[in-house]
Design a protein around this ligand. Sequence first.
Ligand SMILES: [Zn+2]
Ligand SMILES: [Zn+2]
Length: 310
Amino acid sequence: MDDPAGADAAFEALGSEPRLRALRALVDDEGRPTSRSFSELFEATDVDTTAGFSYHLRQLTDRYVRKDEESYELTYAGLRVARAVAAGTYTESVDSDPIPLDDDCPLCGEAALVATVADNVTTVACDACDRAVLELPFPPSGHDTHGDDLPRAFDVHHRHRIAGFSEGVCPECGGAVDAEAEAAGDPGPAVATFTCEACGARLRCPVTLATLNHPAVVAFYHDHGRDVRDRPLWNVGDEWRERVVSEEPWCVRVTTRLDDEELQLFVARDATVVEHRRREVEGRSEVTEESRVEGSEAAAVDDESEGASA
Ligand SMILES: [Zn+2]
Ligand SMILES: [Zn+2]
């Protein structure tokens, strides 16, 4: 799979504006792939002669563009490039002023969380205790299209990324994912690290966040008239606790409590939920010594954001 020489040739074939314009012209105004004739593609560029444009089109043909009778359409790779150009993935660098968030800081409880964007990486941090809660990239097109709804869009985007990683499928490339959970401090929360074996995409987050999509969690919240998606990743709620309960085999117990019922999830070294159960509880005392899902060492981060903040 890893083929730098092949990738070099593939990127070289894209290395001029007329070729990228031609690829963009093979997606219609609604974003759907479409077929175009030679002359339609020629008009979409500012190349002076058809002979000159023919040369450019030949560099794209087969790898990015497929010729069918007298028309041209995108291949899978061509569509990926056209979409990335449209989304500004390689060209846009978004920075923003701090956006106040509605949720309290999970670290100090103050209503002082703000989201700040620097070079497409969003940091959620607390102005009161001066600590970062999470730091994750967000595609530039996401910043442009959501307006005031940006915090919710950011939450949904990363909820699905974490769900993909925790189910063993890379959200970037579909590759197989290697997962490992470990204690982040003593005492302290547990952290799951996911790494794609194919493309190297990596994400680190509190183990609790990796369980949010588990059917037992979704059902538990639903049975109590709640929706687990109502709370954002930067403050999943103070009902969550984590505790390492066994070293050999390694196991962390993640608990959440609603009304007088508690859900316990037992998470193994590979970050999968191996067992879960519910029990009736009264009072809070049994779980108070356990780590709340907090602490900057447990902040959700991934590769892109680590690189950008270094
Ligand atoms: Zn705080
Ligand atoms: Zn991948």
